[in-house]
Design a protein around this ligand. Structure first.
Ligand code: ADP
Ligand code: ADP
Length: 225
């Protein structure tokens, strides 16, 4: 997917401007959004996936203005928010099946095939019968990815997915995302950890106080500091 962001600004009702005049072009593959806490990463992502409206500026996804084509855009986008949590007392596979019932028209048999395929893709097939709320933190995050993939999105937007993960889970997570980005899914990943981006992303931007402080390749950024 090609995403063109022009003059994007988000000011909250309390007057705080979280994103200031951001101009970015994002192509296929994996794009990293780096920045410290409060930089505006979550605000940027919420606007991108149309759960929040920008104050100014435009976003074109494959030429479509996201404000004018919200329903269409939502079908193209999968989103994993930072505060994604489960309250459900469902088994892992049941949780995904429930999500699939809400967002697809598939019949039960096809849903179950899809659910197991997604579980396999994120390395959770072995624990499909475990209660979802009993999974480890890393596994829950991976289940979140599986859920975001149910609608077969062309764009996957993931907010700080590796926060709090141990190194092994972190690497596992990166590998899953790398695989996905090679299957024609554009991925935008936010993080405050340089290593999450340098090992996986071709392109990146660094946000600082709502402004783009750097854009280019991760190598280019590391050379600059
Ligand atoms: P990040 O994801 O990089 O931590 P956020 O987008 O969450 O950054 O926040 C950027 C700034 O905007 C922060 O100062 C935050 O407190 C503020 N902010 C976020 N959401 C709101 C909101 N709904 N209302 C007012 N200010 C907000
Ligand atoms: P992050 O961890 O990405 O910085 P925040 O903690 O800033 O995220 O935001 C968590 C939630 O709180 C979001 O829904 C955001 O909109 C809201 N929020 C953050 N800062 C403010 C604020 N200053 N005023 C109102 N809501 C806020």
């Amino acid at each position: 997917m090609n995403i063109q962001i022009t003059g994007l600004t988000k000011t909250y009702p309390n007057g705080h401007t979280a994103i200031k005049n951001v101009n970015l072009e994002i192509g296929s593959g994996m794009f990293g959004l780096l920045g410290p806490n409060g930089a505006g990463k979550s605000s940027f992502m919420r606007v991108l996936v149309t759960v929040q409206q920008a104050t100014a500026g435009t976003i074109l996804m494959d030429g479509l203005n996201i404000n004018e084509h919200r329903q269409k855009i939502r079908k193209l986008v999968g989103y994993l928010p930072q505060d994604f949590t489960f309250f459900s007392k469902l088994k892992t596979w049941e949780f995904l099946d429930y999500a699939a019932q809400l967002s697809t028209n598939l019949k039960k048999k096809d849903r179950l095939i899809k659910v197991d395929k997604l579980l396999d893709q994120v390395g959770l097939l072995d624990v499909r019968d475990r209660m979802a709320n009993k999974l480890s933190g890393g596994m829950k995050r991976r289940l979140g990815i599986a859920q975001a993939l149910i609608g077969e999105p062309k764009l996957l937007v993931i907010d700080e997915p590796t926060t709090g993960l141990d190194p092994e889970e972190r690497i596992r997570f990166r590998n899953i995302l790398s695989d996905l980005s090679q299957q024609d899914v554009t991925i935008i990943l936010s993080t405050h950890i340089v290593g999450d981006i340098s090992s996986t992303c071709h392109n990146m931007a660094m946000l600082n106080k709502g402004e783009v402080a750097f854009k280019g390749s991760p190598e280019g950024m590391i050379d600059q500091v």
